[in-house]
Design a protein around this ligand. Structure first.
Ligand code: MTE
Length: 301
């Protein structure tokens, strides 16, 4: 992604200091989350709810992060997000719906939680395999009843520079926003995650609730969501606003469509040596390719 714009020499010095003196590996103990239902292994592998690839260790998942609201350095996010307060928390679901509603965190945790073992492919060319805990976004959208005019879903991260200190800088336009087409949002692989490795989400991974869309580049999987709005037109998205030629609205993982500044044909799986081939739709083509039939994937990158 684009290099961070350093606001002044003080910031630059502290960033340099942190790079020279990386903070220790951070891990905040989460609460245990019970999963009610998990599909049997064979079925889970067939419908994309699990992959047979080795899991990325917890330590890597929680210490190699992109979360610009806290820090633009991957190794600095865990430290900067330590102690992020996520209670009380509410997600407002509104827009083109019959039953707009604000869900508080306890209500969200009452949705039947499942484990989903997904590949996460960052647009930067690295990937992980993460055992998320969460529930299909579809279940939440059904409760608010989208109207027939709703065609897209817009998502927004918390805006609170007190609690998300890097929002005091202009490195991105805040709040971070993302969007999906309604059929993508309703797809059973699209989840709202509230945990990983059987515990509540650590702050650095998007506590207390984040989107996970496994066939799209990681930046679509917006963290620490507070607002979900059903809309008629394609909503603005943060990285597309930042660099429209580099990050499209769809951002489906595609080894055949290079980023203007690097190839997307291969990726570095965190914890592995060498690189592996990147899979079309991140390996979820069987489940999702039908949604893009007839679409020019180069134009709609
Ligand atoms: N969501 C917000 N609000 N802010 C961010 O900076 N980074 C995105 C995405 N969601 C980001 C975000 C990017 S680029 C990636 S690759 C994933 O989160 C990384 O998720 P992880 O740190 O849990 O691996």
């Amino acid at each position: 992604m684009r290099a961070a714009v350093l606001a002044g020499t003080a910031t630059a010095t502290s960033l340099l200091y942190r790079r020279l003196n990386p903070p220790p590996a951070e891990r905040t103990e989460g609460e245990k989350l019970a999963t009610a239902t998990n599909a049997p292994k064979e079925e889970a592998l067939n419908n994309g709810y699990a992959v047979s690839d080795a899991l990325t260790p917890m330590e890597a998942i929680t210490n190699y992060n992109n979360f610009y609201e806290f820090d633009t350095s991957k190794s600095g996010v865990a430290y900067a997000a330590k102690g992020f307060v996520t209670r009380p928390w509410a997600v407002a679901v509104a827009g083109l719906v019959n039953k707009p509603r604000v869900f508080d965190l306890d209500e969200l945790l009452k949705f039947q939680l499942e484990e989903r073992i997904y590949r996460l492919r960052c647009v930067e060319g690295w990937s992980m395999v993460i055992p998320w805990i969460g529930f299909p976004l579809q279940k939440l959208l059904e409760q608010v009843e989208p109207t027939s005019t709703a065609r897209y879903v817009a998502f927004q991260t918390l805006l609170d520079p007190q609690r998300m200190p890097n929002q005091r800088t202009g490195v991105l336009d805040w709040p971070y926003v993302e969007g999906l087409r309604l059929d993508e949002a309703m797809h059973p692989l699209t989840i709202l995650a509230t945990g990983l490795y059987g515990e509540t989400l650590p702050p650095q991974d998007g506590a207390p609730i984040r989107l996970v869309v496994p066939w799209k580049y990681g930046f679509k999987s917006i963290k620490s969501v507070v607002k979900i709005t059903l809309v008629a037109d394609e909503p603005p998205t943060t990285w597309n606003l930042q660099a429209p030629d580099e990050y499209g609205f769809y951002s489906n993982v595609n080894p055949n469509v290079p980023h203007p500044r690097w190839s997307q044909a291969t990726e570095r799986r965190i914890g592995e040596y060498g690189r592996r081939d990147t899979l079309l739709f991140n390996g979820y083509g069987e489940q999702v390719a039908h949604m893009y039939q007839g679409m020019d994937l180069v134009k709609n990158f």
